[in-house]
Write a protein that binds this ligand. Structure first.
Ligand code: GRF
Length: 202
């Protein structure tokens, strides 16, 4: 039986999710992708899940009247025996029920070296814009466990990425994204192999 049972939450492209699925399929990661959830019915992440034959669900405030989105997400993760939740470009805040049930086991990837360039409003291209504006010589990628706040939970793994003199937001985003794919898989390998410990929350 695989060590990790993964549930993905993704809003858009899902390229990080795909990198992890590929690693599972190729035997580079001892984990099973159990379910994919997206708040965006048109997301590439849902298309990818369909292609891979992974159960997938569109869950938004509109799709589950009478039940909060948070409860619907939690119920779906639990119904698919998920033990570790992977945020892969998920643009919504995780609700209190899901956060409580999976406390210490919800991972996120951020395209910068946290705690720098993180927090409310700093996501996607805004992060790279801020890095370039600040004249940084290096940026990077962070994988961390989430808590109630934005980008503040315990850091599990980081890698540096150089900023080139002629970088644009797009060229920097592309260089960082390549490293995101590697770091997310490497971190999950560390967790499944016991080399990276997930934090205990009280
Ligand atoms: C990545 O840059 C990730 O760091 C951020 O959202 C982006 C998602 O990309 N949280 P993708 O959907 O995995 O392609």
């Amino acid at each position: 039986m695989p060590t990790l049972h993964l549930g993905f939450l993704a809003s858009h492209g899902g390229s990080n999710m795909q990198a992890i699925i590929d690693a599972c399929k190729q035997g580079r990661l001892d984990a099973k992708p159990c379910v994919v959830i997206s708040n965006n019915s048109d997301s590439m992440a849902l298309t990818r899940a369909g292609t891979e034959g992974i159960p997938c669900y569109h869950i938004s405030a509109a799709t589950h009247p009478g039940e909060t989105e948070d409860r619907a997400i939690l119920r779906t993760l639990q119904a698919h025996y998920v033990d570790t939740v992977i945020l892969a470009g998920y643009m919504k805040r995780i609700g209190p029920a899901t956060l409580q049930a999976y406390r210490g086991r919800i991972l996120n990837i951020h395209p910068a070296l946290l705690p720098k360039f993180g927090g409310r409003g700093l996501y996607g291209k805004q992060v790279h814009e801020a890095v370039l504006r600040a004249g940084e010589k290096a940026t990077g990628v962070t994988v961390h466990v989430i808590d109630e706040d934005y980008d503040t939970g315990p850091i599990l793994n980081q890698v540096q990425v150089p900023v080139m003199e002629n970088d644009t937001v797009d060229s920097l985003a592309e260089r960082v994204l390549t490293q995101e794919h590697l770091l997310y898989v490497e971190t999950l390998r560390g967790i499944s192999g016991g080399k990276i410990a997930l934090p205990k929350f009280d």
